[in-house]
Design a protein around this ligand. Structure first.
Ligand code: NDP
Ligand code: OXD
Length: 316
């Protein structure tokens, strides 16, 4: 009996080390960085991160695209992307670090981390009023895989939690809001805003002056706090800086920026009210993520449906 050859994988990856992704395929499936023949008929899959989609359109037997991350804005922005199913990352090894990141940053803002770091520099012994989690409401924008897990972890810490999504959603313990019509009420009852939205035409630039003005400022923290770990394109950096300088915002944690890497001249780097991380909230690890991708390819070749598919029309 002859066995059907298993489809080869093209690695179209930048921003991560493509060799590390290739190594994770070793001995399991043939994965290549380049093909000598740009219309190589043996390529059935592409693993993609921030690459020019036009590179993919010449492969006649491409059957599916796997995004190396949860977000797929890097793919959908490209009009030449072949019309094949797109699988994105949904995996506890990506969800867990995002939950850790959100909990860490929310607790740091609650427990006055920025203030204490400055006080230590100044050798200042001063204890400000300390609200407790139960007196503070965290609003999670984007109640998907990551947002829901983060909301649940925050509930376990006794925070009040609001959630905002595109469609109505029921998450135990979370006060949910959806759509543009309920955005105002969501913001008006939120003290710490955690953004875990995908970047789509509808969400681009959503974190602007108008949105930040809508947050609840009169709260036990002494001001509204923003944490964006979604995408830089969701925010207007200049509006955030203005909100910080006019006390519309008390503090911000930003993992993502309009331009990445954050340019050396950006005032974000040195702003006393901003905590910067380099798009590192949850990083895709090839050793952890390639095995489930291979399982999906194997199952697909047995005739089973692909999972974690992107809805191209919705944009995520
Ligand atoms: P999901 O697709 O599971 O969830 C997206 C959520 O956003 C859903 O609740 C969806 O609503 C909501 N949403 C989408 N569009 C709108 C809209 N127009 N109005 C209101 N709500 C909207 O995504 P994940 O949770 O897996 O990931 C979220 C994002 O996190 C990724 O797209 C990526 O950009 C970012 N990310 C960042 C990382 C980092 O290291 N900084 C790491 C990993 C991801 P509904 O439930 O109704 O569909
Ligand atoms: C992702 C990311 O989308 O790392 O997974 O940003």
């Amino acid at each position: 009996m002859t066995t059907k050859p298993r489809g080869r994988v093209l690695l179209a990856i930048s921003g991560y080390d493509p060799h590390a992704w290739q190594a994770a395929f070793e001995g399991k499936r043939d994965a290549v960085l380049e093909t000598a023949n740009p219309s190589d008929p043996t390529i059935n899959y592409a693993l993609v991160w921030r690459q020019d989609g036009s590179r993919l359109k010449s492969y006649p037997n491409l059957r599916a695209i796997f995004s190396v991350g949860a977000g797929v804005d890097h793919l959908l922005a490209d009009p030449t992307l072949p019309d094949v199913p797109i699988v994105r990352v949904v995996d506890h090894t990506l969800t867990q670090p995002m939950v850790e990141y959100v909990v860490w940053r929310v607790l740091d803002h609650l427990r006055q981390g920025l203030l204490y770091r400055q006080q230590q520099k100044d050798r200042l012994w001063y204890e400000p009023a300390q609200p407790q989690a139960g007196e503070v409401t965290v609003g999670v924008m984007g109640l998907g895989e990551l947002g829901t897990a983060a909301a649940q972890a925050l509930l376990a810490l006794n925070f009040n939690v609001n959630g905002w999504s595109r469609r109505p959603k029921d998450v135990a313990g979370v006060t949910t809001f959806h759509g543009q019509s309920q955005l105002g009420s969501f913001l008006a009852s939120t003290d710490i805003l955690v953004v875990l939205l995908p970047l789509t035409p509808d969400t681009k630039g959503i974190i602007d002056t108008q949105l930040l003005n809508g947050l609840r400022r009169d709260n036990p923290l002494g001001g509204a706090v923003l944490i964006n770990a979604g995408r830089g394109g969701l925010q207007k950096d200049a509006d955030i800086l203005r909100a910080l300088d006019t006390s519309v915002l008390k503090e911000a944690t930003l993992d993502v920026f309009e331009t990445e890497p954050l340019p050396a001249e950006s005032p974000m780097w040195t702003h006393p009210k901003v905590f910067v991380t380099p798009h590192a909230a949850a990083t895709s690890d090839p050793a952890r993520l390639v095995p489930p991708m291979i399982e999906q390819m194997d199952a697909f070749e047995r005739g089973e449906p692909l999972r974690n598919l992107v809805d191209r029309k919705a944009g995520y």
